[in-house]
Ligand binder design. Structure first.
Ligand code: XIL
Length: 336
């Protein structure tokens, strides 16, 4: 009985530590280049899985915390701030000479209940304090911030978030100015989902970015998340990215993944590889595209199965950290 328990315990410990890193057929990251290749980082895997850490350290030059810097994670109760996951990510990046993309400062999602419940007249002050507190802590260590995430609905209207309700349209500008003061050297981004294709949402994002630029509001770049599936990249993605760059802004692809119906066939994995190749080509075609970040690098840790039941396999490596066709096609498209 005692022996069995021990064996069971060992097996469990091994599973928790995840698969070992396997030799991959090339390097996504090329430190000498000025276009960074990045990934979202799962804090649990970062803590427990040596194989995950090894791939993370070798293959990427910029890291985004998948959840560790979200407001609900940082400050679940007002005044009780838990820096653990965010500190871990920043320390790992420093140790491996990687940049950090801080994500997100102001977003309607993953807010703690106490922020959602704020009386409207208090919203501005609380938002500013949050930005200051987080940006100042990592001043000089987090190079880039997604200051504002997902401000628009698909029809191009402003989302009725607590920030919009409490402050009106001006909350976006207020957030950027507050972030600039907190770290004058950080690159400040406006990030959006589903604005890759021309259309009402992307037009609204463009009008906002142009207006902020025209009025001297401190914005450095626009991020396109890049959550795709086998419908492929929307037509006009590159031209759309180019019009933002033409405003004198940097651009980035910040959360690329390609969700598949499960179980995925060989043919679907090849089709997925082609979609990923197209994403890389968009970033390479636009000189101001500064970084391409994948939303996770292994199917073992991807948000897709939990948020889109029946779908998955959305990343470059399988659950055992082995390369999928997508990994090879991204390597080739990067010219590695
Ligand atoms: C997702 C995470 O991947 C999930 O783990 C979490 O449960 C929900 O948020 N747009 C964003 C990201 O800007 O922060 C989201 O991340 C995915 C969509």
């Amino acid at each position: 009985m005692a022996v069995l328990l021990v064996v069971g315990g060992l097996r469990q410990a091994k599973e928790e530590r995840g698969p070992g890193a396997v030799a991959l057929p090339g390097m996504l990251d090329e430190r000498a280049g000025d276009r960074l290749i990045g990934t979202a980082v799962d804090d649990g895997a970062l803590q427990r899985e040596p194989g995950y850490r090894e791939v993370l350290a070798r293959q990427f030059s910029t890291l985004t915390p998948e959840n560790a810097m979200k407001w609900a994670v940082l400050e679940p109760e007002r005044g009780r701030v838990e820096w653990g996951g965010a500190d871990r990510l920043v320390a790992f990046a420093e140790e491996h000479d990687q940049e950090v993309r801080g994500h997100p400062l102001v977003w309607f999602g993953q807010l703690p209940g106490w922020v959602e419940a704020l009386p409207e007249p208090e919203v501005q002050q609380v938002m500013r304090e949050h930005i200051r507190q987080v940006v100042e802590r990592y001043r000089g260590r987090v190079r880039t911030w997604d200051v504002v995430n997902e401000p628009f609905e698909d029809d191009g209207s402003r989302r009725r978030s607590i920030f919009q309700r409490g402050m009106g349209d001006g909350w976006v500008e207020d957030a950027f100015r507050t972030a600039r003061t907190a770290d004058p050297d950080a690159k400040l981004y406006l990030n959006e989902i589903g604005a890759e294709a021309p259309g009402p949402k992307s037009d609204a994002l463009y009008a906002l970015a142009r207006d902020l630029r025209a009025r001297g509001v401190p914005i450095d770049g626009v991020g396109f998340q890049g959550h795709f599936n086998l419908e492929g990249m929307p037509r006009g993605f590159r031209q759309n990215v180019e019009r933002f760059a033409a405003l004198g802004l940097d651009v980035a692809i910040t959360e690329a993944d390609v969700a598949l119906e499960m179980p995925a066939s060989e043919g679907e994995l090849r089709a997925q590889a082609a979609v990923f190749r197209g994403v890389v080509e968009v970033c390479r075609a636009v000189p101001r595209c500064r970084s391409l970040t994948f939303w996770g690098f292994t199917d073992r840790h991807s948000w897709i199965p939990a948020t889109q039941p029946g779908r998955g396999a959305a990343t470059l490596l399988d659950e055992e950290l082995r390369p999928k066709p997508a990994f090879r096609s991204v390597l080739r498209a990067l010219g590695r």
